[in-house]
Design a protein around this ligand. Structure first.
Ligand code: ACO
Length: 330
């Protein structure tokens, strides 16, 4: 089949959320904060926290198994595994290689994508290109994050925001499910210091000093990130809407990155998409970085009665800065 005739379908999705729930009331006992502040400023009520014996690869493998079950295929059919994360089990090997071992996918190429909260959208876009080009037929895209392992639990500015989780999708050249009909990716490295984790790489290798300076935790200038978050998600979403000759009314469901309820509301307002057509789960899970849109897309697909022609727009932004969107059609 010629590349121009090939399609990329999402034939299965899945999620894994750790059991432990950390509520705003629990956080009130840890830092100087309140349920009222967290709820009104972010919309978050609770988040999930992985157990010490649950590394990111385990969260990812459980979400992957759920997606494979949903797709009705075995792991041996997977030819490539793409994992979006910045909290992998270790710097080397890639978390995707550990997932390959865990789920038993011996044929699969495996690599990670570092695009922070945009990791799922970046992963879906890369998978779509490999499938449409004809190089691969069946790719597992996973977004997973154990943010609790890089959170400074004494910093109220950040620790109330994050949670752990994983979501996955099987992208295939054939099968039942929504088709990825468009994608858009962007980045701006010039503002990376608004949201980053400075320690543990070649610039600040792990040392007593790097630990003392808390360089291994996420640092964020929240109010500045806020503005970029809205602008970048609106840009990505409206670019795809226009590129495909659509209007906001044509989007049956928007699945945005969930960092803050106020950001989600603003993005919907700018795009002209009302709240009943926006999938929202920030109240339950907080910001799970790349996993947020993966879990959101899985929930949206499972809980809605989509019919042929319905369009789902998944949009994200994150550290880097990176941002992007993918457009799906049933
Ligand atoms: N509890 C109580 N008070 C708090 C808390 C808290 N947890 N955190 C901050 N405050 C205080 C501040 O100290 C400040 O007090 P001051 O006025 O006396 O100085 C006041 O609340 C207001 O602080 P702001 O930072 O201006 O609050 P804002 O309304 O901007 O909300 C927030 C902060 C929630 C972080 C918001 O800016 C935001 O959501 N930004 C975007 C975050 C985001 O999208 N991150 C990207 C993804 S993360 C990733 O990629 C891993």
């Amino acid at each position: 089949m010629a590349a121009s005739e090939r399609n990329a379908f999402i034939i299965g999705t899945g999620s894994y959320l750790p059991e432990k729930v950390l509520t705003n009331a629990d956080l009130e006992k840890m830092v100087d904060t309140s349920d009222e502040w967290i709820t009104t400023r972010t919309g978050i009520k609770e988040r999930r926290i992985a157990a010490p014996q649950e590394p990111t690869s385990l969260l990812a493998s459980r979400a992957a198994q759920s997606a494979l079950k949903d797709a009705g295929i075995g792991a041996e059919k997977i030819e490539m595994i793409i994992v979006g994360t910045f909290t992998g089990d270790m710097p080397m090997p890639a978390t995707a290689c550990l997932v390959q071992k865990n789920i038993g996918a011996p044929r699969a190429a495996a690599f990670d994508i570092s695009a922070a909260c945009s990791g799922f959208v970046y992963g879906l876009s890369v998978a779509r290109s490999f499938v449409v080009s004809g190089s691969y037929d069946c790719i597992l895209v996973i977004a997973c994050e154990k943010l609790s392992s890089v959170t400074d639990w004494t910093d109220r500015d950040t620790c109330v925001l994050f949670g752990d989780g994983a979501g996955a999708a099987v992208v295939s050249s054939e099968g039942q499910g929504p088709r990825i009909i468009g994608d858009y990716l962007a980045a701006d490295g010039s503002i990376y210091e608004l949201l980053f984790m400075p320690g543990g790489g070649s610039l600040h290798p792990c040392s007593h000093d790097s630990v003392d300076q808390k360089l291994h935790f996420v640092k964020m200038l929240g109010s500045k990130v806020f503005k970029y978050a809205i602008n970048s998600m609106v840009e990505a979403a409206s670019t795809l809407i226009e590129r495909h000759g659509l209007s906001a009314e044509d989007i049956r469901m928007l699945v945005p990155h969930q960092a803050n309820m106020r950001i989600i509301t603003e993005v919907g307002r700018h795009l002209g998409i009302p709240e009943e057509r926006i999938h929202i789960n920030v109240q339950k899970y907080g910001n799970m970085s790349a996993a947020t849109t993966a879990v959101g897309m899985d929930e949206a697909i499972r809980s809605n009665d989509f019919t042929p022609g319905d369009k789902i727009l998944v949009v994200a932004f994150g550290g880097g800065f990176t941002w992007g969107a993918v457009l799906l059609e049933w």
